[in-house]
Design a protein around this ligand. Structure first.
Ligand code: 5AD
Ligand code: SF4
Length: 438
């Protein structure tokens, strides 16, 4: 008897890095336990999985249009499964709207994927399920950089955000597991370790199994930096509220910690920040961001901003623009407020017209484009060490400078996984083009 032919898995991942990592775990589990291999040809797939996001309405509506389409295109007998944040928040409603779906597993239930594929109709969406110490198999999208979870869930109660409902309360993963995983990935060639959590700098408040340990995020960064094979450490997302001096100093002084910080502002208005329950003021945010700029002249700072949150006045929005002018973020992810079910802000009675939101988003982007042109111009003729980690379809090799600028050069795969000095010859807003110098 021959070995049974592998089944084919087609997986689509929406949303954030946490979801990308969950998909890697799913691929590993299905590969190790159920004999699945990946395909990017939908028609030959035995299992079609959509790993969803629910942070805004758009990805939720996209889910239903995607699976509707897949149901028409799939080969006979192929199963469709839904996992991730929308699976958590809609649960069995997904079976009602799309009866052809075989299973729905929530964001915190990834380890149940094997059971799900072997069950007629399977639903598991608990948000208090603890898989923080579950030993997933090894699968990574990239050989050169590795995502490593450090916590799951989120304890914050930001009034616009659905994530605490989809990913549950925050639990930190024990440091020894994190260090082992980082070491293994680095020894396999991933010189860059990317630590993941909803609120990474709140690490260590509560561990799985309620184990008592004394370890905060700064300690964890230092511990991981002791692994000789690890050359670069990145992380997302930190919370501005927990950016105390110890954290900023560790960030600034540990040479393996890359000098790019994500600081999700959300709004520059202290009044709106209160309505959002963010826990900090405009002044605190500016103080932390400007302190970082002072401590590390080359630091890059990125941010998330929500415009047209309920009750946002012109003056509130001007405060946001003011913070943008003062901090000059290297990257902004700006979104129009999207009311989410199960959140406080969706109940607020002072919702803002969609057109006002679109106009504000446009104004914000015009300002940011000016800032990006200014920043890009400063890169001309500068030389940066760049860790090359991707060969793009365009024929360009791509990598990141220590402070996270995307840099591209012409070249072949022999440079993948290497750090090379690149002189910038053509700086653009979203990417710097250059050539190797010795
Ligand atoms: N509407 C718009 N944007 C949102 N985000 C989170 N919730 C919402 C919402 N209801 C944004 C925040 C967060 C990013 C991941 O998504 O800016 O930082
Ligand atoms: Fe989307 Fe948030 Fe879930 Fe990530 S955690 S997939 S951003 S809803």
């Amino acid at each position: 008897m021959g070995i049974a032919e592998a089944k084919k898995l087609y997986i689509e991942t929406l949303g954030c890095a946490m979801n990308v990592r969950d998909s890697e775990h799913i691929i590993a589990e299905l590969g190790d336990k159920e004999n699945y291999v990946l395909t990017n040809n939908l028609q030959e797939a035995d299992l079609i999985l959509v790993n969803t996001c629910s942070v805004r309405e758009k990805p939720v509506s996209k889910l239903f249009s995607e699976i509707g389409k897949y149901n028409l295109q799939k080969k006979e007998g192929a199963k469709i499964g839904v996992c991730g944040c929308t699976a958590s928040h809609l649960g069995k409603e997904i079976f009602r709207r799309a009866p052809y779906v075989s299973f729905v597993i929530g964001a915190r239930n990834v380890s149940k994927i094997s059971t799900a594929v072997n069950t007629e109709k399977f639903l598991s969406v608990d948000t208090d399920y603890d898989e923080s110490t579950y030993a997933f198999g090894e699968y990574r999208n990239s050989l050169y950089k590795a995502y490593v979870n450090i916590s799951i869930g989120c304890d914050k109660k930001c009034t616009y955000c659905i994530v605490p409902q989809t990913r549950g309360d925050e639990i930190s993963i024990p440091a020894d597991l994190i260090v082992n995983e980082a070491r293994k990935a680095a020894q396999n060639g991933a010189k860059e370790i990317f630590l993941l959590g909803q609120n990474v700098n709140n690490y260590g408040r509560r561990f799985s199994g309620n184990v008592e340990r004394s370890m905060d995020f700064s300690d964890l960064l230092n511990l991981i930096s002791e692994i000789p094979e690890v050359e670069r450490i990145r992380f997302t997302s930190p919370h501005p509220l927990h950016m105390d001096d110890k954290f900023l100093e560790t960030f600034a002084n540990n040479p393996k910690v890359c000098k790019s910080m994500h600081m999700p502002l959300q709004s520059g208005s202290t009044h709106i920040l209160e309505q959002m329950k963010r826990g900090y003021s405009k002044e605190w945010f500016l103080n932390r961001a400007l302190k970082l700029r002072e401590m590390i002249p080359d630091v890059s700072i990125s941010t998330d901003i929500i415009v047209a949150f309920p009750g946002e006045s012109e003056a509130d929005f001007d405060d946001t623009l003011d913070v943008i002018r003062q901090v000059k973020f290297e990257q902004i992810f700006a979104f129009k407020y999207s009311p989410r079910p199960l959140t406080k802000a969706a109940e607020f009675t002072n919702q803002i017209d969609a057109e006002i939101g679109s106009a504000r988003l446009e104004r914000l982007q015009l300002l940011q484009d000016e800032i990006l042109d200014e920043i890009a111009a400063k890169h001309l003729n500068k030389t940066y060490p760049v860790y090359i980690d991707e060969l793009r379809n365009s024929g360009f090799l791509a990598g990141r400078s220590d402070n996270n600028a995307l840099v591209q050069i012409k070249g072949d795969e022999s440079l993948l996984g290497q750090t090379v000095n690149i002189k910038v010859t053509n700086p653009k807003r979203l990417s710097l083009y250059g050539e190797i110098v010795l």
